[in-house]
Design a protein around this ligand. Structure first.
Ligand code: ATP
Length: 199
């Protein structure tokens, strides 16, 4: 599922609609300090469902919207689109091209689209986790990430291996199932109490 194209519009320093096409193989992004290289990897993580404004170097998620410059007024919304070549169907979709979009307005409203149809954040996260990727994935190594991994606690390091091995998705499903089991057990206890009262 190679990432073919990234389209940024109003995201951080990318006030103008900017399309970046990725060819097969390795792509290097070079530029002077502060030119927006990290903003590109952050944009990719943002679309994949990144929920922490801090990890995108902001206080609030709205900080990803172009904040204005000496020459230009701030923008009211940010939108980023990822276009994947899905001919290998690694993303669970019948479509050979998958487009994932995330938008945010200044009032904090946020939308996700999958092939231009509205979906939930959960759907986007599941789509990527099932394919072995996530917004925190090692598929995206940002500045400082290697140090962070080397300094991480064994528990965090285990998470990295679990994701690489593709078991993270099943672990999350197990946790959801266990919560449902707890709820069902509590309901059963309550029903038994009611039955006893009625007897
Ligand atoms: P370095 O090589 O120093 O790590 P970089 O090329 O990775 O730099 P980034 O950190 O991606 O650069 O970009 C920083 C630039 O993005 C700064 O000029 C900052 O002002 C700008 N920027 C960040 N958020 C916004 C925003 N919301 N609106 C406008 N500009 C922003």
């Amino acid at each position: 599922m190679p990432l073919q194209q990234l389209v940024l519009n109003g995201f951080k320093s990318f006030a103008d609609k900017t399309t970046i096409r990725f060819n097969n193989g390795i792509t290097g992004i070079v530029g002077p300090n502060g030119s927006g290289k990290s903003n590109i990897t952050e944009a990719i993580r943002w679309v994949m469902g990144e929920g922490s404004a801090k990890s995108l170097r902001g206080e609030n998620m709205k900080d990803v919207i172009f904040a204005g410059s000496q020459m230009r007024a701030p923008m009211n919304h940010a939108e980023v689109e990822l276009v994947f070549d899905n001919r290998d169907h690694q993303l669970a979709s019948d479509d050979e091209e998958v487009v994932v979009t995330r938008k945010i307005l200044r009032n904090g409203e946020s939308d996700y689209l999958l092939n231009h149809h509205p979906v939930r954040l959960k759907d986007v996260r599941t789509l990527f986790i099932e394919s072995g990727m996530s917004s925190d994935s090692l598929g995206i190594i940002s500045q400082g990430k290697v140090d962070e991994i080397l300094n991480s606690k064994p528990q965090q390091r285990r998470g990295i291996f679990e994701e690489a091995a593709g078991v993270l998705h099943f672990k999350q499903q197990k946790e959801t199932a266990l919560k449902q089991l707890d709820k069902t057990n509590a309901n059963l206890i309550r029903i038994n109490d009611l039955v006893k009262e009625l007897e």
